[in-house]
Ligand binder design. Structure first.
Ligand code: GDP
Ligand code: IMO
Ligand code: MG
Length: 426
């Protein structure tokens, strides 16, 4: 019995897709356990780039069963578009399975997401406007529709009408919008999506346990990240699910003892999309440099990502809440031309030094990073395949992270390609 979790340790876009794809070679199943198409996971294989939103990043391997777990919120229209995209590029999605217990994103979720953001004005979260928050809210309110409802027209219609009764009142009376018609949704979801998705809808919990009981390897692919976690992130500037490794338990239907490896993905610097506190954020030329060289624009929404230096206070917290067994550092190559690299080792808040994350969020807003500086290596590391070939300055930087966070580094990314990775044996 062995399950591995890949989890983001920062604010997302750390390179979870790349490492999931890499590790999936040794897995028989890859499961998404939370989030929805707010995620954008990029895989680059033989120079060809794939941007995935809902489909697990193991899909490129014919031997892997990609599974969308019960904890995911699924827009069936987006899922079908993504399947079509993969099929048209020669990738089969025949083995894809979607949990019947996963909740559906419906058109009103998307509309409400955008309206809530507009209503918040300058206090907006900066969501992806994919309807993620409203869909999870309906789940908690117990008025959500689930993927399995696509298989029963009567139930679908009943639940849809009940949900619309409430949502249309909000749309028309609070936001002064037109009501949404049930028939249009029924045509799209039941008429167009259901017949195509039906063969893929499954009892995901049984599938996962059969795999584990047969002694095969299951990979659980986190979307978003630790600091976007609904409970442990920088609330309210978070997503509406639990990306942390523990979220894989409810989101996939396994117990904590099934998980024996947790790989925390950390970019060599930090980026954030959307609003919220970011102590090491850079507003200068170095920030622009990281965005330009790192191509830091959203895979999903195209938004410019906010850049900043690596923050070890964040990583120490991520290590704790995810029980990380190892770190994978990505995008080290983005530093290739830099003369000096900074790392935040602690925060100064009102004259007090914090090496662990201050629990009160207002402290985070006025935290001043305390940096340690390192000389850059100023050479191209994108072609390196062995750790021993890394410049000494890069080794020093990595050893410092390991020592400060107390978690061994297992892998280091030196480029977007599947092969551009160094394996560190611990
Ligand atoms: P995810 O959401 O965590 O899967 O990450 P994204 O795919 O949104 O963003 C990560 C970006 O960095 C993608 O464009 C990847 O192709 C790219 N990437 C991943 N690892 C590396 C690396 O080690 N070096 C470089 N230069 N790019 C990388
Ligand atoms: P991956 O899996 C980066 C951010 C949004 C916003 C907040 C809430 O590619 O790392 P939501 O639409 O989820 O309600 O938005 O979360 N966000 C992400 N940022 N990477 C992601 O996914 C994200 N998914 C959501 O920008 O700040
Ligand atoms: Mg992403």
């Amino acid at each position: 019995m062995s399950a591995t979790v890949v989890v983001g340790t920062q604010w997302g876009d750390e390179g979870k897709g790349k490492f999931t794809d890499l590790i999936a070679a040794e897995m028989s199943m890859v499961v998404r356990y939370q989030g929805g198409h707010n995620a954008g996971h990029t895989l680059v294989v033989n120079g060809e780039s794939f941007a995935l939103q809902l489909i697990p990043s193991g899909v490129l391997y014919p031997h892997v069963l990609p599974l969308i777990g019960n904890g995911v919120v699924v827009d069936p229209r987006v899922l079908l578009t993504e399947m079509d995209m993969l099929n048209s590029r020669g990738v089969s999605t025949d083995r894809l399975r979607v949990s019947g217990n996963a909740h559906l994103i419906l058109p009103y979720h998307q509309e409400l997401d955008a309206l809530h953001e507009r209503h918040l004005g300058k206090n907006k979260i900066g969501t992806t406007k994919r309807g993620i928050g409203p869909a999870y809210a309906d789940r908690a309110m117990r008025v959500g529709l689930r993927v399995q409802d696509l298989l029963d027209e009567d139930i679908f219609e009943k639940k849809l009408n009940a949900a619309l009764e409430h949502h249309n009142m909000v749309l028309t009376r609070v936001f002064n919008r037109l009501p949404i018609e049930a028939s249009k949704i029924m045509d799209e979801y039941l008429g167009e999506c259901a017949p195509r998705l039906a063969p893929h809808i499954a009892d995901s919990v049984s599938l996962i346990h059969e795999e584990l009981e047969a002694g095969r390897q299951v990979l659980l692919e986190g979307a978003q990240a630790t600091f976007l976690d609904l409970d442990h992130g920088t609330y309210p500037f978070v997503t509406s699910s639990n990306p942390i490794a523990g979220g894989a338990c409810p989101g996939a239907g396994i117990g904590p003892r099934h998980i024996d490896r947790v790989i925390g993905i950390a970019k060599a610097y930090v980026t954030r999309v959307g609003a919220g506190p970011f102590p090491t954020e850079l507003f200068d030329d170095t920030g622009d440099f990281l965005v330009d060289v790192g191509h830091e624009y959203g895979t999903n929404t195209g938004r410019r990502r906010r850049p900043g230096w690596l923050d070890l206070v964040m990583l120490r917290f991520a290590s704790r809440v995810n029980s990380l067994s190892e770190l994978a550092i990505t995008k080290l190559d983005v530093f290739d031309q830099l003369e000096t690299i900074k790392v935040c080792v602690a925060y100064d808040v009102d004259g007090e030094r914090h090496e662990q994350l201050p629990y009160h969020q207002s402290l985070l807003h006025r935290a001043t990073p305390i940096y340690q500086e390192f000389p850059g290596w100023q050479c191209d590391i994108t072609g390196i395949t062995e750790r021993s070939d890394l410049p000494a300055e890069a080794e020093t930087y990595l050893a410092f992270i390991e020592e400060q966070v107390g978690v061994p580094i297992g892998m280091v990314g030196v480029g977007p390609g599947r092969q551009q990775v160094l394996h560190f044996s611990s």
